[in-house]
Design a protein around this ligand. Structure first.
Ligand SMILES: [Zn+2]
Length: 248
């Protein structure tokens, strides 16, 4: 399992920057938005710093292919599990359809992430909780009793997951951590690279970098599949596509 750290900008709406006083539980959620990727959801949380639409985020998001993004460091509070935010780490999971059932890849990565965090915080498999256990919300949907799935079935699915984690706790999975650290430097490979007012090719061109050079990037943002970088000078944003720039 690989954890990619793409921390949200500290802001009141999704990353208050508050260190949690105690960490006693790991709370599992489903994103409730079928087919969206981990990155889509991470970027949604990050954009709340600008849109101010609502207060929501999670420490981790597990994607459809088992990719894991760390949005908020595990020791900090995220806005996901209501009153349990004060004592739990939250994990959102993507799902392909409206049933909320996780893919095998998602569930495997979730189990590995739980093992990693339980060990790190000295907890046991019984310390994994559902959003449902805190507020009664049908989250994660596939593991929560509803009109369509009786309690014994939903609770049985959750119990089976915890048993799986319990079995894995003896053998810790390999965990690789990639850090998206800011700022970082890039070497410009493109002879004439556009600078745009905002991230994305639909934003206005406000200049260009001609003849290459080394530049410092102070912020990043994903637009579709492309990462954009904000120039330290304040001139604007450039594409960090590997065709145009190389990280150094
Ligand atoms: Zn939830």
């Amino acid at each position: 399992m690989e954890i990619t750290k793409m921390w949200l900008t500290v802001n009141p709406y999704s990353r208050p920057g508050t260190i949690r006083k105690k960490t006693e539980k790991i709370a599992v959620h489903y994103v409730g938005n079928p087919g969206t990727t981990a990155l889509n959801n991470r970027n949604y949380f990050n954009n709340l710093a600008k849109t101010h639409a609502r207060y929501v985020s999670s420490n981790y998001i597990v994607g459809l292919d088992g990719e894991v993004i760390e949005c908020v460091p595990p020791e900090e509070i995220a806005y996901c599990t209501n009153q349990a935010n004060e004592y739990s780490i939250s994990i959102e999971c993507c799902h392909p359809d409206a049933t909320g059932k996780f893919t095998d890849a998602t569930e495997t990565a979730l189990a590995e992430l739980c093992v990693y965090l339980l060990k790190r915080y000295g907890l046991t498999a019984d310390d994994i909780i559902r959003h449902y256990d805190v507020t009664g919300k049908q989250c994660p949907l596939y593991w929560a009793p509803t009109k369509y799935q009786p309690a014994e079935i939903a609770n049985g699915r959750f119990a089976a997951f915890k048993n799986r984690v319990r079995d894995m706790l003896g053998n810790a999975p390999d965990v690789a951590e990639n850090v998206e650290e800011l700022p970082f430097c890039v070497k410009i490979l493109d002879p004439e690279l556009n600078i745009r007012k905002a991230p994305g090719t639909s934003s206005e061109i406000v200049g260009a970098i001609r003849g290459g050079g080394i530049y410092t990037i102070v912020d990043t943002e994903m637009v579709g599949a492309v990462t954009w970088g904000k120039l330290k000078s304040g001139a604007g944003w450039i594409s960090l596509c590997e065709k145009y720039v190389r990280r150094i």
